[in-house]
Design a protein around this ligand. Sequence first.
Ligand SMILES: C[S@@+](CC[C@H](N)C(=O)[O-])C[C@H]1O[C@@H](n2cnc3c(N)ncnc32)[C@H](O)[C@@H]1O
Length: 303
Amino acid sequence: MDFTPDELIEKFSYDSKFLDAWLHLALECGIFEIANVSKRTLKTAPHVYTLLIDRKNMFYVGDTIGFFYYLAPLQNYVFDFFKTGYVDVSSEIPEEVIIDGHRSSARMGELVERLFSSNYKDFSKFLKKQGSILAVGCGYGFNIEKWAIKYKRAQFVGIDIDSKAVTFAKYLMKQHNWDERIEVYDIPINEYAKKTDDKFDLILLNQVLHEMNHDEDYRRGVFKDLYSLLKEDGILLVGETMIPDIFDPKKERQLFDIMHKFFEAGFARFYDKKSFEDFVGSTPFTKAEFIKKGGEYFWAVKK
Ligand SMILES: C[S@@+](CC[C@H](N)C(=O)[O-])C[C@H]1O[C@@H](n2cnc3c(N)ncnc32)[C@H](O)[C@@H]1O
């Protein structure tokens, strides 16, 4: 869409003193392009739409970058995390920020799915025809949505303990007319494991483990329940940021890891590769394979 600087001033109440410098910078950076020199009109560069706006595009990074911007004004709050080690995320962080965080997690889930389907071709083919998938900590349902689009014939169950998120996830599934094949429940894993006899081919634990109660015994209990919910030849897919030492210089991209690092004060507890393997070794599961390509990775945990 074309726009003139005057339109920007009027619509967004920008100060004309700074606008020229700002627009110049945006042109230099390739965010805007000149649309019409004689009329002093600009337009957004096409790649900006691809990168920041078009959620369906495979190069889309808008949610993750947007989440960083959301966090910027909350920096005092983040410093408080570090100082006090305490944070009550639910009451302090606006819901729109939490929703964007979930969208960002789902983006990780989408990348993990790509890696999963290229590493487990037969399993992925099977799931395209049939099968069942349980998403534990499904949140607002954005990750289920991505997987359900890819695995159109699989049955899904999503569970979470955040009732607001579950209400939204149910609404999202309804929008897709997926009532027949996707159920979402507001229920803790131990209660769900008790109440169902269903066993799943695939269990997704995407960006959830670090948020769970930090107590190792609690987490072991969760993995026991996951074990009982998984079929004998099923896979528990753990999509989780592995944070060994964020300050150790790496050549790989670390955007998501860095974003997560501050969560460690008070709110989240992550593993590195070794401690995750040790953790899985203390549960009924017998195998944890680290699947990695470039900056993407996940754990395939098996019985
Ligand atoms: C970052 S979100 C990820 C959501 C979703 N898995 C995705 O990838 O988009 C983490 C979710 O884990 C949920 N969660 C945290 N602890 C949980 C628990 N003990 N049982 C179930 N869900 C839990 C939170 O309520 C939140 O919705």
